[in-house]
Structures are given as C-alpha cells and as structure tokens.
Ligand binder design. Structure first.
Ligand SMILES: [Zn+2]
Length: 252
C-alpha cells in the first residue's frame, strides 16, 4: 500500500530534479510522538523539510511551502534524484556519525540566515531534535524492550551498542545542546499570545525545554498555570517531578 504522495522539485541553480514524498495524513497506520514534539507518521517526520541541499550542485535553498509552482506532481522527463539523495541532506541515520553530521548541517545553515527569526526558530528546533536523536530511542536498550519481542536478541544487542555510543556523544555535546535550547527558548518566549493558534503548543515546548535544561522548578511553575492534563502534559509532569531530563517516547 502506498501511503504517500510523490512530488518533484527543481534546483533553482542547476535545474536538477529531486523526487520527494509526503505522507497522506488520512492513511497513516502508526504515529509516534516524542516529548520534544518530534512526530513520526509511518516513520516519516511530520515537519516538512524546508531547507533543501541539491545533491547535484550542493546549492541549498529554502522551501517554505510544498505547493505549486515550487513543487509539482508531474514527473519530469529527465532523470531525477530520489529522496534518499537529498532528504536530510543525504545523511544516513544508522550511525552516530550520521546523526552528528545532521547537527553540523544545521549549525552551518544557522550561519546564513541574517537574523531571520522564523528561519532561526525552524533550524534551532530541528537542531534540538537532532541532538535528541542521539538518545531518543534509549528506551530500546532496556530489558523490557527485549522481552516485548520487538527485536531479536542479536538485533537488540547491536542496537544497544549503538544507543550507548549515542549517549556518549550526547554527553560530549551537552554544552552546545544547552546553548541551542537557551537560544530556542528566547525565540519562543513571548512570540505568541493566547489568541494565536500556536500558543498552547509553544507553552508546552517551553516547559519541555526547561525540563531538558534541568530547570525543573521553572518547568513545574509553568505546568501549574495549565488547567488541563492531557496524556502528553501528564507525562511531561511526571518526568519533571522525577527530575529526568532526557527526551522520551510519549505515544507510539
Ligand atoms: Zn543544483
């Protein structure tokens, strides 16, 4: 079953064509949500990739919205690059090195946005997620996950080794990870008012940032101002009380 739409986009510099996918929201089988807001639908990240680096000429450009005339569903007549060539800048996530390379891409793009706060917010949020990717699935290295039968023992053991490497790298990069979160917090604070659609989501994001920065009191203080308790908020609060600072799986 094909649950995504195919689109094509052309590099404005060299004219190369790139092929991409967008998951059809009505056909999603499995949705995964993490505490930092990263969401995967059938393993596709729901956040659109707004920065595209051309695999042919390395030129990179922004695409704010995936709609015509920038993207088209008409298949080009010339050969095109498939998604793996340019999605996440051609990085493969099967290694810790690949994950660090993604962080480094975002650092580079951050240098070239001329104080554009919308772009900075976009990059810093994805960079935050990229750091968290190093430890995102740490729950898989614990025994209950092995006993759940989702992985064979050999796969689990190999995966566990990778999780441990990711954790070591995460600790090594912890200062710059904190620095990025501080900057992200500054961008989010006061950005929205209660009338904005994004307001509630931004408050939850701010709470999660404080939790991951180990500023549990501040996280709790803001939590106390929120009257309702969704599954997501209740889980964040539980981790704030436990003084746990890692990203975690909320649902999926
Ligand atoms: Zn190009």
């Amino acid at each position: 079953m094909i649950n995504y739409d195919t689109f094509y986009i052309q590099c404005p510099k060299c004219g190369a064509w790139l092929e991409g996918h967008i998951v059809k929201s009505e056909m999603v089988n499995k949705s995964i949500l993490y505490s930092d807001g990263k969401t995967l639908n059938d393993n596709y990240i729901t956040e659109p990739q707004k920065i595209i680096a051309c695999p042919s000429c390395s030129h990179w450009f922004w695409v704010d919205e995936y709609k015509e005339p920038v993207v088209t569903n008409k298949k080009p007549e010339t050969p095109y690059y498939n998604w793996n060539h340019w999605r996440f800048f051609g990085i493969h996530f099967n290694s810790v090195e690949g994950r660090v390379a993604l962080v480094n891409h975002y650092k580079q793009y951050l240098q070239a946005i001329d104080n554009d706060r919308d772009k900075e917010l976009y990059i810093r949020r994805l960079m935050w997620w990229a750091y968290n990717d190093l430890v995102r699935n740490n729950y898989q290295m614990h025994l209950p996950y092995l006993f759940s039968g989702k992985m064979s023992f050999n796969v689990w053991r190999k995966n566990r080794k990778k999780q441990i490497q990711g954790r070591q790298m995460f600790h090594k990069l912890h200062d710059e990870y904190l620095e990025n979160m501080k900057a992200l917090l500054l961008l989010l604070k006061g950005r929205y008012t209660p009338d904005d659609e994004e307001y509630e989501a931004s408050i939850l994001e701010i709470i999660e940032l404080y939790r991951e920065m180990r500023e549990y009191e501040e996280a709790q203080r803001i939590l106390n101002t929120i009257p309702r308790r969704t599954h997501y908020i209740a889980n964040i609060e539980k981790e704030v009380r436990r003084k746990h600072d890692f990203v975690f799986l909320v649902a999926g």
